[in-house]
Write a protein that binds this ligand. Structure first.
Ligand SMILES: [Fe+2]
Ligand SMILES: [Fe+2]
Length: 290
């Protein structure tokens, strides 16, 4: 496929929203609705972002030379968005640490994975980034689509997650289009093989590492063993069931003709922007007064 026939919408603009979120203490340690497992899942995920998204940026930028002007501009906007995400999640992680969580074990795991990735050829890093960007985009889609995922969460923290989700959807095609450009001389079977293999590899690591991370944080809240496993799995797969809900979208990655923008979910972005314009602070007051 040439980059001229990409399904990325021609009128898409990637707009870095340089927003600063809460820096003070979290309203409560179990900021996600008082739930040990929900707080652990989101804290574990947040721990990956500062270093992980810096790695995404470096992986994509390694291939920006010679890209068409539109894609080059999108890479630039993607870089800015991810850098701001890193900054805000770094601040969020400090708030979680201030609430008493020890995140060092989780952060170390991320660093180890990234150190290994950096020993691989740059095209493998781009493939890993593209796979993880699909992951974040489908998580983001589900997060914005169904308010149950953030139900009961501290409003300041929820705002951070919604903002991040919005920008992940907006730039979801950038790593993919960079890959299409970088591998434009590859055969289709070779492209598919590398793409599929890397997706399976990063999915396995993502599930293993995030599960271990969430269990570690639950342990710090005194929930261990079978009780911890069952509560964690129920949250992820049953209710609200994030992983169950994204399973189909995850699988679509392997289908011929896949492209992140085959699903145009910009309606979610419009709704997000409308809700930001409608003064979230006011809505928070109404909710806490109810
Ligand atoms: Fe991000
Ligand atoms: Fe991203």
């Amino acid at each position: 496929m040439s980059t001229a026939s990409l399904p990325t919408p021609s009128d898409l603009t990637i707009t870095p929203r340089d927003r600063k979120f809460e820096r003070g203490a979290l309203s409560t340690r179990l900021w996600h609705g008082g739930s040990v497992e929900a707080t652990a899942i989101y804290n574990a995920l947040s721990t990956t972002f500062p270093a992980g998204e810096a790695y995404f940026v470096e992986s994509v930028r390694a291939f920006r030379e010679g890209t068409p002007p539109k894609l080059a501009a999108e890479i630039k906007a993607f870089t800015t968005q991810e850098a701001i995400h890193s900054r805000e999640h770094d601040a969020f992680n400090r708030r979680a640490a201030d609430a008493g969580y020890d995140l060092t074990k989780l952060e170390r795991r991320v660093e180890e994975r990234l150190a290994f990735s950096r020993t691989r050829p740059p095209i493998a890093s781009l493939a890993a980034t593209m796979a993880l960007e699909h992951f974040t985009a489908i998580l983001a889609h589900e997060l914005l689509k169904d308010p149950r995922h953030l139900a009961g969460a501290d409003e300041g923290a929820a705002n951070l997650w919604r903002w991040h989700a919005c920008e992940e959807i907006e730039h979801k095609g950038v790593a993919y289009d960079t890959w299409l450009h970088a591998t434009r001389h590859w055969s289709r079977p070779k492209r598919w093989k590398v793409k599929a293999k890397v997706m399976l590899y990063v999915t396995r690591n993502f599930l293993v590492d995030r599960t271990a991370g969430a269990l570690e944080l639950m342990r710090q809240d005194g929930v261990t063993g079978l009780r911890a496993w069952s509560r964690l799995l129920a949250h992820l797969w049953v209710r609200p069931g994030m992983f169950r809900k994204i399973a189909g979208a995850w699988f679509s990655y392997f289908l011929p003709g896949f492209h992140p923008w085959n699903v145009d979910d910009r309606e979610l972005l419009r709704r997000y922007e409308a809700s930001v314009r409608a003064h979230p602070e006011a809505r928070r007051k109404v909710r806490s007064a109810a």
